[in-house]
Structure formats: C-alpha cells, structure tokens
Ligand binder design. Structure first.
Ligand SMILES: [Mg+2]
Length: 430
C-alpha cells in the first residue's frame, strides 16, 4: 500500500478524513467534522441532535429589510445545446428573478410541482423560506406524499428562491448559508454500470479517472434491490480485488450496493472490501432497513455510507444518533433542498460524521458545489455525475475540472449567468 493512502477504517476516520481536511486547507471548522477526541464522546441523544439542527437560522438574509413577495413560479422546458433541461423561474412582485434546474424526475413529478408546491409559495415572502419549506409539508396534507416525489419539487422551488435572493444581495448562495469556506471541491466520478463483466468495468473506471483527474472512483456491486443476487454470477467478488489491482493503491475506491444485500451478505462483501482497503461501502442493505444498516456499520471496520434515498429528517436523526452509518449522503433534490440538508449537516457535525452528498446527474453538480462550499463537515470527496464540458460554461466563472476538483461559481445566486438566455424560447409546462 502506498504511504500516501490512508487506511480506511472507522477508527481511522479522525486521522484520515481530518488530516486530509486540514491538509486541504479546509479551515478550523472542518476539524470539528471528525471531532477532536479530547472533546469527549459525540452526542448520540436525539434531543441534543435536534437542538443542534434547530440552532438558529440556516439563512442569513439580514440586509433584506422589506418583503420579497413571490409573484410567479413557472416550470419551463428549454431546448439547449446540451439537450432538454427543465428550469424553474421565479419572479418577485418587484421584478427580481431567480432560476433553478430540476433533476430528471421532473417528467414524472411536474403535476406535484404545479398543483401542490408552486401555488403554496406564490404570494409568500421569500425571506420566510426556512418556515415555508416546513409549512409546504403540512399544506394540503402534502406529508402524505413524503418521499422524493414531494421533496424534489420543493427543492427546485427552494433553489430558484435562493438564486433570486442571492442575486438581490449580490452574493453566491454559499454566502447566504454561513459563508463560503472553499472554492474548489474534490469529487469522485461514479460509474453507472451494472451487469458488465469486471474486466470491462475496470477499464471504464480507469477512463473516468483519466478524464477527470480524480483520485477516487465508485462502482456498483450486487444486483440493486436484489435480495443478495448479483447482476452477473460472481461479478462483485471478482470486481472488488480486480479494481484495486488494476487502478493501484493511490486511488480511493468506493462500492455501492444500491440496497442489494441482507446483513450477512453485506458483511461478507464488506470484509472483502476491507481486505482491499476500500474507502466506503454504500447502501449495503435495502435503504429503509435502518436497523440492519446499523448492524452492518457496527460489524465492519470500514466506513459505511448511507442516506441518498432518505426523505425524513427524523430518520436521519435516528441514524446519526445510533451511528447507523459513518458517512452521510443526503441528496439535495430528494431531501428537499439546502435548508433541510443543512439541518442534517448540523446534526452530522455534532456527531462527528462527515457529509458526502449523493448526486443524481444533470445540473446536480452545480448545486452540490454551492452547498459544499459552505459546509464545515465534509468527507474527503463528493460525488460527481454530469457533463461539465456541456453545461459548466453556463456558470460564471465556468465550472471546470482541475486536478480532480471542481470550482464553485462566484457570481450571485447559483452563478448560472446563462439562465435567462437558455429559457428565452422555453415552453411552459407547469
Ligand atoms: Mg448510491
């Protein structure tokens, strides 16, 4: 093993993740992510975690001293050089504007946006956004739709409102969320393949690394929600050692089971990953098997990552309180936006658990960059899916890969300066 590669064990987290954070110049608050052992045991009490989550507002909007009434929220389908994209456009009664880009679920979820989410926000004061993202859950019994089906449309509205507020204040979104701490984010590409032969997959992983300059990469194991079946007989057991052999000891490797295994099979696969020094094992058990995921976390030395499917603040709180995972992976869209995710991040920080956001592609990388620009407790790498060569130029400055890192746009809001042009001939769909 290379001397530069840390040994990935949970107990090594403070030494590994922390040292990496400090070496990367992440600032003193990053140290709190892995917690100083001298600070005593982290809180595992739900009451303490909740107090931390609710400890003051997430947003800093002080300079806005008069109401910002939302006049309209529209869902627009734009044809771009990079293909069709769905934008949310918000306008205030005073003519301020903001934009966001939806994820691919929009083609299924636009009626929830149009009928249940957007009408709730119209007429409200955008400065009350933290209150509004909680109230929309209660509005017209929307909580009965609790899942990404409700929270994705809420996230798209929240992103557009944050963009508008940021433009009004002349600040990037991170400055509204406690201040920008870093302007370049280390990421890892994630392979979307499953069911291809191990030899073909490691060649694909090598290409992903070469194309991006990244130092970490993730691939899929198991059969996805498959009750222990693999996508090809023996694929996962062959791929785990082969990827290490082919890609070398200096690359950090992650494997994602997408809910494939029960506890026994998860531990068996995890032991194989431990033998090859994998960085984390993601979603080993079905995503809502909270207790089983906790058992796998407790049994293995290596870190377990979890959280992409979760849409409940209280389920995250339970998992954090019970050390159900080592690395916390909310999805900014699936979980309903920056404000709700920031509350989870506060609980993670209190418990010494780092964040590594889940991405579902599209323009998700741009939202990830702004969110992680201002969070204190990050894991060494954030997920990357998407194509910055096609859409990175929509931002100011353009988002580019450099040495496995992506730069955070600095223009106000999300920095998507091309938005107004991109939607000029768009069709309104909601
Ligand atoms: Mg996953």
């Amino acid at each position: 093993m290379s001397r530069s590669t840390p040994r990935y064990t949970r107990r090594g987290f403070v030494g590994g993740t922390l040292a990496g954070g400090v070496a990367a110049g992440l600032g003193s608050d990053a140290v709190a992510a892995g917690r100083d052992a001298s600070a005593g045991p982290p809180p595992r009490c739900t009451r303490q975690l909740e107090a931390r989550a609710q400890d003051g507002p997430v947003l800093q909007l002080d300079p806005l001293d008069s109401p910002v009434r939302i006049d309209s929220l529209r869902l627009l389908r734009a044809t771009t050089d990079a293909g069709p994209y769905y934008f949310v456009h918000v306008r205030s009664q005073d003519g301020a504007e903001g934009y966001s880009v939806a994820n691919f679920w929009v083609t299924e979820l636009y009626p929830i946006f149009s009928r249940r989410v957007a009408p709730f926000f119209v007429g409200k004061d955008a400065r009350d956004l933290e209150f509004l993202v909680d109230e929309v859950y209660r509005h017209r019994s929307n909580y009965k739709l609790q899942s990404l089906g409700l929270w994705c449309p809420v996230a798209w509205v929240e992103f557009a409102l944050l963009d508008m507020l940021g433009r009004m204040l002349g600040k990037p979104v991170g400055q509204l969320m406690g201040g920008v701490r870093r302007r370049r984010i280390p990421v890892y590409p994630a392979s979307g393949n499953r069911g291809n032969p191990p030899e073909a997959e490691v060649e694909h992983l090598a290409r992903l690394l070469a194309d991006t300059g990244c130092r970490a990469v993730k691939f899929r194991v198991g059969g996805r929600m498959s009750n222990n079946e693999d996508s090809l007989p023996g694929r996962s057991e062959a791929l785990i050692p082969l990827a290490r052999r082919r890609l070398g000891d200096d690359v950090t490797l992650f494997a994602d089971a997408n809910s494939s295994y029960d506890v026994r099979h998860s531990i068996r696969l995890g032991r194989l990953m431990e033998a090859h020094n994998y960085g984390f094992f993601e979603e080993p058990c079905p995503f809502d098997w909270l207790e089983e995921t906790r058992q796998v976390t407790a049994a293995l030395e290596m870190p377990i990552a979890w959280g992409e499917q979760e849409s409940s603040h209280w389920a995250f709180r339970w998992m954090i309180a019970h050390h159900g995972m080592d690395i916390v992976q909310p999805d900014l869209h699936y979980f309903g936006g920056f404000i709700r995710t920031a509350r989870v991040a506060r609980m993670c920080q209190a418990a010494g658990l780092p964040l590594s956001l889940h991405l579902s592609g599209g323009l998700g990388y741009s939202q990830m960059l702004h969110f992680t620009s201002c969070m204190p407790n990050l894991y060494d790498f954030q997920e990357f899916k998407g194509d910055v060569r096609q859409t990175g130029g929509w931002f100011d400055p353009p988002i580019l890969f450099r040495d496995g890192r992506l730069n955070v746009p600095t223009a106000p809001g999300f920095g998507m300066v091309a938005a107004a042009d991109l939607v000029q001939n768009a069709e309104q769909v909601g």
